[in-house]
Design a protein around this ligand. Structure first.
Ligand code: F6R
Length: 259
């Protein structure tokens, strides 16, 4: 894992947006894996700004989002499809049909999940997978105890995840109990993984992900098995890392190593 520690959330989001933009400029037909949630809003705002400035195009890219709530249709105000349209898709030049999310309102969610995994494979797999981090260590909606080999499937959300996401819904009881999510195995199959976490609320999960044992108790620890995982943190999220001096020595100020 490459650990880049930036001074604050803004510079961390700058770095992640810059890495995504660099990748799209080098390989415009990249298959992106995308995430939702509060963390990504600043990243998408920066990508939109680069597109508006004429320095970034999504015209040849394709994307697959990590997850969607079961029972939630794309036009639902709290759907992840709606989030993606508002936060990114409506403001950039992705081709019609190039962006996919699981259909939360599918009549057969298990079949939808299997079909989604097959669609990712048919697209040649994910080139760059963007990830946020749950305070409980989840990636996508792979909650603690998820199989580290899992593929896209239905997962029941933990009470803590439903509470964390209640801010997006009118009432806490409206938060769905289940989601279709890419599995940990799906995520590990991506060529590159780019995880962003900021804030003190992510510090314990960040330490468990990077320094803890490889364990389904912290699903993000599975990234220790990935050959090309980059983790971008702010100071607060990095505050519980025991090996902080080592990460500073390898990437001082969050800069790439100068070899
Ligand atoms: C979102 C997702 C989740 C979030 C995570 C962090 O598609 O799969 O894993 O990335 O819950 O959420 P925020 O950014 O809201 O703290």
């Amino acid at each position: 894992m490459k650990i880049l520690i930036l001074p604050d959330a803004d510079t961390a989001a700058d770095r992640v947006a810059g890495l995504i933009a660099d990748r799209l400029r080098q390989a415009p037909a990249t298959v992106l894996g995308l995430a939702t949630g509060g963390t990504m809003e600043a990243v998408y705002a920066r990508l939109i700004a680069a597109h508006r400035a004429g320095t970034l195009s999504f015209a040849k890219a394709r994307s697959f989002n990590l997850d969607e709530y079961v029972g939630v249709a794309p036009d639902h105000p709290c759907s992840y499809w709606r989030y993606m349209r508002e936060q990114l898709f409506d403001h950039v030049d992705m081709a019609p049909g190039a962006a996919l999310l699981p259909r939360g309102d599918a009549a057969d969610p298990a079949a939808e999940a299997a079909g989604y995994e097959a669609a990712i494979a048919a697209a040649g797999g994910i080139g760059l997978q963007l990830l946020g981090l749950g305070a409980n260590g989840h990636i996508g909606f792979n909650e603690p105890t998820s199989s580290l080999a899992s593929l896209t499937r239905i997962k029941t959300l933990t009470p803590s995840t439903r509470a964390a996401n209640a801010r997006f819904f009118d009432r806490p009881e409206d938060v769905p109990r289940m989601a279709i999510t890419m599995g940990i195995g799906t995520i590990l199959n991506a060529d590159e993984v780019l995880l962003l976490a900021y804030g003190e609320g992510k510090a314990a999960a960040t330490a468990a992900m990077i320094e803890g044992p490889l364990s389904a108790s912290c699903p993000a620890s599975a990234l220790q098995m990935h050959r090309k995982a980059v983790v971008v943190l702010d100071e607060a999220a990095a505050s519980r890392l025991a090996l902080r001096d080592y990460f500073d020595c390898v990437h001082p100020g969050g800069r790439e190593a100068e070899i």
